[in-house]
Design a protein around this ligand. Sequence first.
Ligand code: SF4
Length: 460
Amino acid sequence: MLLRHTSKEVKEREGLTINPAKTCQPIGAMYAALGIHGCLPHSHGSQGCCSYHRSTLTRHYKEPVMAATSSFTEGASVFGGQANLLAAIETIFSVYDPDIIAVHSTCLSETIGDDLQQITRKAKDDGKVPEGKHLIFASTPSFVGSHITGYANMVTGIATQFAVSSGVKKRQFNIIAGWMEPSDMREIKRLTKELGVKIVLFPDTSDVLDAPQTGKHEFYPKGGTTVAELVSAGDSLSSLALGSISAEPAAIALEKSCKVPFETLDMPIGLSATDRFIMTLSQLAGVKVPDEITAERGRLVDVMADMEQYLYGKRVALFGDPDQLLPLTEFLLDLNMKPVHIVSGTPGQRFEKQMRLLLDARSPETNFRNGLQADMFLLHQWMKNEPVDLLIGNTYGKYMARDEDVPFIRFGFPILDRIGHSYFPNVGYSGGLRLLEKLLNALMDRQDRDALEEKFELVM
Ligand code: SF4
């Protein structure tokens, strides 16, 4: 009943978003920066922004997320925050001793017109960056884009501000991770190791946001892509960008700056996207797919075939981030399920085109919208008009699921009220199996809940 005022009648809106299906740019920039070893993210804006970004990441990962802030007061808000940032850089290097400070802007600093490129250059010229330490930046105004574009901007900043072409190629490949969980990054590394392909994965939040309990607090956990690896990314044979929205901009920038050619793939979520990932990497590197990976694939295909009867035709509503929604939708279609409504708050024609292409070919009647008016309110209205059997999305979907009495699978960012997402991957064949198990469990639990006594079965 929490959203009981959501009306069934859909009215086209302009200039009004209700319950956005996205969050703000700096959260993405902060997350990306945490995937670099020894990096302290720095929020150039007010303390409130930084607290919000840190607390959202902390609640999602259940790990303390460290970040610094320029702590704007009234003066900085009016006259600009250069003095605050220069003082902050000096203090951070002397007190917290990171290898890197990754500065991102906020709505406030962008509105005033603070130029991060100029301020960070001044900090370097003034000797505020000690020898062997690094200062990078990304512009992340949150009055445009979403956490996904903020992530893409910081990953692009990482690629362009570290990678160097020495003129001698290394037998390695860059894998530029779109926004995915630490567990997914760990799984990508495992799969490439199985394949025998040397990679530079960035960013890499595994062993940062899923670091083990050792009994002592590590301000900079052991994980994260190292500076040496990032520098060498300029000498890689090619790059694979996993996600056209969150990873491809960095691959384009790297091609421009270091002439590293690239291919863009969907995130390897589900059977088809994982097939493309494995085959592309095996062809690029000229390696054979090992039996262990073929067996993993075979297990997923086997369960898909065995369980199809329970999934066939089930109607699904989903919302979230573009690079995850595309392969997830494809996976649902591979399972013969029916994506009925799809919404993403991240704007962009590229994503719109890609999703339309997929849907036109395999499910033309699906309702799909992205951008500012593609919010959860609209999704809820769509669900009222054309009911579904299942809802998939981040924690905020639980209100709609409860109101419509629909089973709900948490997927995406943020997940504030469950664990598991940082520890169990969604990518790869094993990730596909986990997703399939979740889909099946949600539907079977509902079937059991609603079954008449004489139809309450012990066996599937
Ligand atoms: S939307 Fe802008 S003002 Fe609000 S928390 Fe994000 S950066 Fe700060």
